[in-house]
Design a protein around this ligand. Structure first.
Ligand SMILES: C[S@@+](CC[C@H](N)C(=O)[O-])C[C@H]1O[C@@H](n2cnc3c(N)ncnc32)[C@H](O)[C@@H]1O
Length: 329
């Protein structure tokens, strides 16, 4: 049975979750939710210069606007819960300089009593498929490079939120595979770090860095095809499934409750459904929720992280095996 709020009717439901149409400040104020949520993972509207259909807020007003949500989010999180915010940067009007709004937001969220969060860790999502923009500074005057990284703030209510990096291990790199195959002599590194013999023990995988490289290239998914076939406009600012998936795996267990308060096309709900987490999604635009229903007709994204690990491990191992063969001669 999916998680039901007491004061609001879901727009639609699945076995594990429910999507609500409305302002998340209101929907998530439901008393039933207080202290119940394990993870909030979301991508709010950014303070972009170029306006999106769903109404972004100007950088100057952004922090005040977001703090109205932060109070509600803090109230519904468990003490061990996390709030993960994917937030892109913005350029200042008419200038090749950057707004500081996402840093101002971070500082305010960690400063103000009442919803004082801790910065558990900052992450950066690198999207290699981002187009060069703004054209004026990047492709015309060539004064700046393309902006291909979003900040992802991982905030928590206490300094030790529930988390394990064991759930998000990566395949070993080629050089690490070589090292594991050939053995490693314990020694002092030039940096002064003492690397012990334990370093050459094969664990289940490599601990990932806080730079997540995930291309946002969904072009022929069930969701997009269904939107096309039904004449619904696909959401213009979707994040890739790999982004919420990373945090859902690292910060929750099966059966835990995950909330996306700016759900858009409900990628978060779809990932939760597949990973057996309960979920609540809220968006204020009916058309986006209408389109998002298509995600639950078929599980189409597949297990991105597991697939990625298997493919890369296979490749790294075969390179090492080939090298050995050549060496043997
Ligand atoms: C960047 S989009 C999220 C896209 C989503 N991550 C996806 O992959 O489809 C931000 C969303 O926030 C929604 N939104 C804006 N203000 C809202 C509010 N007060 N309550 C709920 N949703 C809101 C917008 O309609 C928009 O769909």
């Amino acid at each position: 049975m999916s998680y039901r709020l007491s004061a609001h009717e879901p727009y639609y439901q699945t076995p594990r979750g429910a999507a609500y149409l409305g302002d998340s400040r209101i929907v998530l104020s439901d008393d039933k939710l207080v202290g119940q949520v394990d993870l909030m993972v979301t991508s709010p509207p950014f303070a972009l210069r170029r306006k999106k259909d769903y109404g972004n807020v100007e950088a100057a007003e952004y922090v005040a606007w977001f703090l109205g949500f932060a109070r509600v989010f803090h109230r519904i999180l468990k003490p061990s819960g996390s709030l993960v915010i994917d937030i892109g940067g913005s350029w200042n009007l008419g200038m090749p300089t950057r707004s500081l709004y996402q840093y101002e937001l971070l500082i305010e969220l960690c400063r103000i009593p009442g919803y004082k969060f801790h910065l558990a860790q900052e992450f950066f999502w690198y999207n290699p498929s981002k187009l060069p923009s703004p054209a004026e500074w990047v492709t015309v005057r060539r004064e700046r490079v393309k902006d291909a990284v979003d900040c992802v703030w991982w905030l928590s209510k206490n300094p030790h939120p529930k988390a394990t990096n064991r759930n998000v291990l990566r395949p070993y790199s080629e050089s690490m595979e070589t090292l594991l195959a050939n053995g490693y002599k314990a020694k002092l590194r030039p940096s002064g770090h003492q690397i012990s013999a334990k370093f050459s023990k094969r664990n289940e995988g490599a601990i990932p860095p806080n730079l997540l490289q995930i291309a946002n290239t969904e072009s022929n998914s069930w969701y997009l095809r269904a939107c096309r076939d039904t004449g619904l406009k696909p959401h213009p600012a979707r994040f890739p499934a790999g982004l919420p998936e990373f945090f859902i795996k690292m910060l929750t267990d099966e059966g835990d409750l995950v909330v996306d308060p700016f759900a858009g096309s409900n990628v978060t709900g779809e990932v939760c459904e597949r990973l057996n987490r309960q979920w609540i999604a809220v968006d204020s635009v009916q058309e986006y929720l209408d389109g998002s229903r298509f995600r639950f007709r078929e599980q189409i994204i597949g297990n991105w992280l597991v697939r990625e690990i298997k493919a890369r491990t296979k490749k790294a191992r075969s390179v090492v095996a080939k090298r050995r063969k050549i060496k043997k001669g």
